[in-house]
Design a protein around this ligand. Structure first.
Ligand code: LLP
Length: 429
């Protein structure tokens, strides 16, 4: 029987009515490793990366994977081996890059609240660039670098005041957001940076938001940033690299973001037209590299039909999949086994066991269900496991990487003991 692929999910297909990632039957993984379980396809991640690489063919470009999207060491290793750098936002993420064998000279450090200790750690490691987010941070970084007797490579994150037309919590490039330096303050901030002995100005960056599904906000942001580059360089401060951040959306539910290569062909045409096409370029994609490469498998515990709503209680919860509760995000939910003669589907509220009404995974889903059925929550490769918590003393799920039929557990399931391993009872008085 020919496999039937799922829309927007080229690496997932039903083969003989069983949902497979690459060639692997997901139900087998659920039975072997238990649920909830995250499963990722290496081929899907590399295919997503290849779209960017095609877009940048013949250009000087470094793809710095925004590892906050999914920071499992095995995921970092595969991107490092494919030539990527990393966009980090903490000293902890830097340690992950080192543990995964990433090249520290391809690491850029973003974030509005870098501590002095993190700055020291990153300077000692020799990262490529600090993406500085405020004038106050610039002064502290200068001090830290002078104390260490080094010069810190810096780029200033500019806030282009462009609306990315996405969820307000993941919109970052508008006035009034905590991120970046205001457009009007940018040249003055660069002049200050250039005057500080502990700093070496190397670039400029911006990042306007996440899950962006349209081209226009990017085109506007590029224009606004290039205007600034001209002003900064006219003030005698040369910039070696231009970093356009991340943010490209994925298809969660019929969304139609541009493909990475198509988007970059468009943006590069603009850069060429304005004479910047041969500069060193950087980008910081996260979600678009991993989001649709992963699923979260979960089992139906109980069905609880009711007068106004039917609840389907599954063993994954908001601690595993925080995006619905946090951003009202939509993730497709599909059965691992297509039933031969479809039973009439009922509309279900798919919810987890956590003691919060906000613990939901999908509203109003038409599914034919029995207790014990296995389901897959799709598009779970980005910002799920990396945002998971131990709320309700639920150990975090295990993770498996599929690579052409080989399956490798890349993170063990946490036990209850793991959840409280760092806690102590006070000594008796
Ligand atoms: N660069 C910077 C400076 C960022 O702040 C981010 C994401 C990225 C790059 C990567 O953006 P991406 O390509 O993944 O859109 N937890 C939210 C998303 C938060 C994004 C935070 N910053 C969610 O689940 O939708």
């Amino acid at each position: 029987m020919t496999p039937s692929a799922l829309p927007g999910q080229p690496h997932l297909a039903y083969r003989d009515h069983e949902l497979c990632l690459e060639q692997v039957r997901l139900a087998d993984l659920a039975l072997t490793h238990g649920t909830p379980l995250f499963v990722y396809s290496k081929a899907a991640m590399l295919a997503a990366l290849a779209a960017y690489q095609r877009g940048f063919q013949g250009r000087k470009a470094l793809i710095c994977y925004a590892m906050k999207a999914n920071s499992n060491l095995a995921v970092l290793q595969l991107f490092a081996q494919a030539g990527c750098g990393f966009d980090i936002v903490s000293g902890g993420e830097l340690q992950r890059v080192l543990a995964a064998g990433g090249d520290v000279k391809k690491v850029i450090f973003s974030g509005v609240g870098k501590t002095r200790a993190e700055m020291r750690q990153a300077l000692a490691a020799g990262i490529a660039c600090f993406n500085v987010e405020s004038e106050a941070e610039l002064e502290v970084l200068n001090q830290v670098a002078l104390d260490l007797g080094v010069r810190a490579p810096v780029s200033i994150r500019v806030n282009p005041n462009v609306d990315p037309q996405t969820h307000p919590y993941i919109s970052t490039g508008l006035k009034g957001s905590k991120f970046g330096v205001a457009h009007e303050r940018t040249v003055a901030t660069y002049q200050r940076a250039a005057a500080l002995q502990g700093l070496h100005v190397v670039g400029i960056d911006c990042h306007i938001g996440s899950q962006i599904t349209q081209e226009l906000p990017y085109l506007d942001a590029v224009d606004r940033m290039l205007d600034l580059v001209q002003d900064i360089e006219a003030a005698g401060i040369p910039l070696q690299h231009l970093d356009f951040g991340g943010g490209l959306g994925i298809d969660y539910n019929g969304d139609t973001p541009p493909a990475a290569d198509a988007l970059w062909r468009l943006l590069l045409a603009k850069l060429d037209a304005r004479g910047f096409g041969q500069r060193q370029l950087m980008i910081e994609p996260g979600r678009s590299l991993v989001g649709n490469a992963g699923v979260c498998l979960t089992q139906v515990l109980y069905l609880k039909p009711g007068e106004t709503k039917n609840f389907c209680i599954v063993d994954a919860a908001m601690n595993d999949l925080p995006r619905p509760a946090m951003y009202q995000a939509f993730h497709q939910i599909v059965p691992l086994a297509q039933k031969p003669a479809p039973e009439p589907a009922t509309s279900w509220e798919v919810v987890g066991p956590v003691c919060e009404s906000g613990d939901w995974i999908g509203h109003d889903r038409a599914l034919a269900l029995q207790p014990g059925d296995l389901l897959a929550v799709l598009s779970a490769g980005a910002y799920c496991m990396s945002m998971a918590s131990n709320y309700n003393t639920r150990g975090r799920a295990a993770e498996v990487l599929v690579d052409q039929g080989r399956c490798c557990v890349i993170r063990e399931r946490e036990s209850a003991q793991d959840c409280f391993a760092l806690e102590h009872l006070p000594d008796p008085a």
